[in-house]
Design a protein around this ligand. Structure first.
Ligand SMILES: Nc1ncnc2c1ncn2[C@@H]1O[C@H](COP(=O)(O)OP(=O)(O)OP(=O)(O)O)[C@@H](O)[C@H]1O
Length: 268
């Protein structure tokens, strides 16, 4: 169980996240939506302990994550792996080595210096790449892959840590609609098949509706909606985005929906 209690982040006199409070009792796939600057990335970065909270608490299975330091903090960062909009791979390194980087925090400095990976880890990395449909890219340099393939490598690197939670910060914002769908499908499958919690910042409403069990809406640092996609009416969405009567859901939509409607790809 993940409990977030009044989690707050201030940068100077700017409150980026203002007393965020929510509980996740079972592994769900959660989408966080809101306009640019609403505090979505800051919230995710606090969950992963990349940013320290200014106030509030976060507990996972009863442990106060907000207080962890040193090795315990790094162990937490492995339990909740993070993926980013820009993939954050090492561009000139081959795909499988990028994936094996996901094991860095449990390897000795010596092994890291000489790029020594246990055979078991190499097999595991290939298996994960295979599961994500990109095993044949294993020996290529990361920079030679498409954006969608690179994001799947980043997901594979996250899975190497066997995380309980995957945090995804705008995972499809740089992708074309087809690759966006492939990446979201992969995250959904990982959630369903492995029972991992997925919390994703999404810049489009339709993606959150389509893939998530639960949607959290943020506005000006505060959580202003927490419910199911069905409860996310156009009126609620208008409030979250702080839009006027002329608000159109299409304005927050990527072409994923359009693609689905055209019947080019089966809906997830
Ligand atoms: N390191 C920082 N220093 C100062 N202010 C920051 C910092 N990081 C974020 N902020 C501010 O905090 C607020 C929330 O930013 P955040 O990036 O969390 O929003 P967001 O909802 O993820 O937006 P976007 O979708 O554009 O990334 C913004 O006003 C931003 O300018």
């Amino acid at each position: 169980m993940l409990e977030i209690k009044s989690l707050t982040k201030r940068f100077g006199d700017k409150t980026a996240v203002d007393a965020a409070t929510f509980t996740v009792t079972e592994p769900q796939m959660i989408g966080i939506i809101g306009r640019s600057g609403a505090g979505k990335s800051t919230l995710l970065r606090m969950l992963n302990r990349l940013n320290d909270a200014s106030d509030g608490q976060m507990l996972y299975e009863g442990t106060e994550v907000t207080r962890l330091t040193g090795t315990a903090r790094r162990a937490w960062q492995a339990r909740c792996a993070m993926i980013f909009q820009q993939f954050n791979l090492v561009p000139r390194m081959d795909v499988v080595s990028n994936v094996l980087h996901g094991t860095l925090n449990r390897r000795s400095t010596f092994a890291t210096m000489f790029n020594l990976y246990p055979q078991g880890d190499i097999h595991k990395a290939i298996e994960i790449l295979d599961r994500l449909g990109i095993a044949e890219q294993a020996s290529k340099r990361a920079e030679d892959l498409s954006g969608g393939q690179q994001q799947r490598v980043a997901i594979a690197r996250a899975l190497m840590q066997d995380p309980a939670i995957i945090l995804a910060d705008e995972p499809i914002a740089s992708l074309d609609p087809m690759n966006a769908q492939i990446v979201m499908d992969a995250l959904r499958r990982i959630h369903e098949e492995d029972g991992r919690m997925v919390i994703a910042n999404l810049h489009t409403l339709d993606t959150a509706r389509r893939y998530c069990d639960r949607v959290i809406g943020m506005r000006d640092g505060r959580i202003v909606f927490d419910g199911t996609p069905a409860q996310l009416t156009t009126g609620v969405a208008r409030d979250i985005y702080g839009a006027g009567a002329d608000f159109s859901e299409a304005a927050t939509s990527t072409a994923i929906e359009t693609l689905g409607k055209q019947g080019d790809l089966a809906p997830a």
